[in-house]
Design a protein around this ligand. Sequence first.
Ligand code: BES
Ligand code: ZN
Ligand code: ZN
Length: 494
Amino acid sequence: MKILVKSGKPDAIKTELLIIGLFEKEKFAYKVLDNKLKGRISKAMKEKKFEGEFKQLYSVSSLGLVLAEKILLVGLGKKKEFDIEKLRQVAGFTAKIARDGKADNFQTTLIETDIKGRDLSEKAQAVTEGMLLGLYKFTKYKTDKKDQPHKIKEAIIVTKEVVKVNKGVKKGIVLSEATNYVRDLVNTPAGDATPTYMANEAKKVAKKYGIKIKVLGKKEMEKKGMNAILGVSRGSSQEPKLVVMETNPTAKKKIALVGKGITFDSGGLDIKPSNYMLDMKSDMAGSAAVLGTVIAAAKLKLPINVLGVMVLSENMPGQSAQKPGDIITAYNKKTIEIVNTDAEGRLVLADAVAYAEEQNPTAIIDIATLTGSVVVALGYSAAGLISSDDKLKKALKESGEKTHERVWELPLWDEFREAVKGELADVRNLGKGKGYEAGTIVGATFIENFVKKTPWAHLDIGGTGWFVEPSDYIPKDGTGFGVRLLINFLENWK
Ligand code: BES
Ligand code: ZN
Ligand code: ZN
């Protein structure tokens, strides 16, 4: 779908469907339109057929009286409760109605909605995100044409301030396309989306957008002693890959983003029960989010070097698989007791963050579907944030609120550091004693052992990266979580 920004008056455009938002108790602003429609809209409002309740709908056929074929009123609820997130939701909700009605084009006036403290660019960005993210559907594997969603050709925005609106729309397009690309990667079955496939995707986009890229395979990892990654991949026939990208190698500021990329997590020898295993193609959502963020950062020409690291492997119980009780020596030379082979994310990340730190970034953020426990703590509403750096935490929290890709802090206390101390080796990959129960914190605390001195933050997207209940602009399954959050963070990081 194309988004066309045109200059002019909102009620003087030919379109199949004109979408207009209205708050509760708000008067209909487009008087000329209502007059031409012989007062049908004001009449419906007077008769309380439409009262502006959030997401309430009322449609009027124009019968040729105005240029729009149909007018769709959508309720915005109470003005004082409305914000940029609700705008994104309504934009997604109404775009899907236009699609279900098989419209070839529609016009939306939602960017005109009055939101305190938000300028036209921000509103245009939110509406664009709502529409493009809301219309996403994963149909790559459907062969029957009937199963392909109707394709709207264009969404039209009419405004007097084309430049401002265009700025927001353009940014919204970049972020939504990158997010939808992440969703595609996460939704692609593990049989296809192997570590090699993911690395090839990264190579493809790196070439397209002029991103520097290096891919380490098994041999290079063996030479470097990345035994934590190699250990996890031992039970699989698929070669592990470490993808390292740089958007701006000469820039002074460098931020490392490190993504967990387990393309399938069977649990290894500590095998998962079948109902827990089914969705584990999504265990590479962190690395997909890193790739999406790198693409968006390159397209937006952010004046900063984003060092994107994707650590890719399967976790399988093949005959060479690592065994519970094994001890391995990680890339940074610390020894690790493998207590549970299903706690593999922290193992691959141990080597990946240590490698990232050697490239001298000013901060490291890892993003990972690390634990199921994060769902117990925060549901599907926020990513777990664990860090010992106050500045990094504050910046990530602010970006989370702004983008509605929210994060919530969990504590990093000494008792958890105690819980991951090893008995035979330096550290263990499963918490001992009572510390065991705070699974999300324990996982993060383990990773902390592999960062020496660089400010570091961990984002657990076990709940937010994959979700089975769709909402207005988030489809079921792969959510694409992280791109909008991390781009906002990168834009504001000083
Ligand atoms: N990939 C899983 C975590 C996960 C589970 C993410 C469900 C999203 C949904 C991870 O590798 C794992 O298995 N974690 C275990 C750790 C445990 C063995 C210490 C968990 O969270 O149960
Ligand atoms: Zn696991
Ligand atoms: Zn996992």
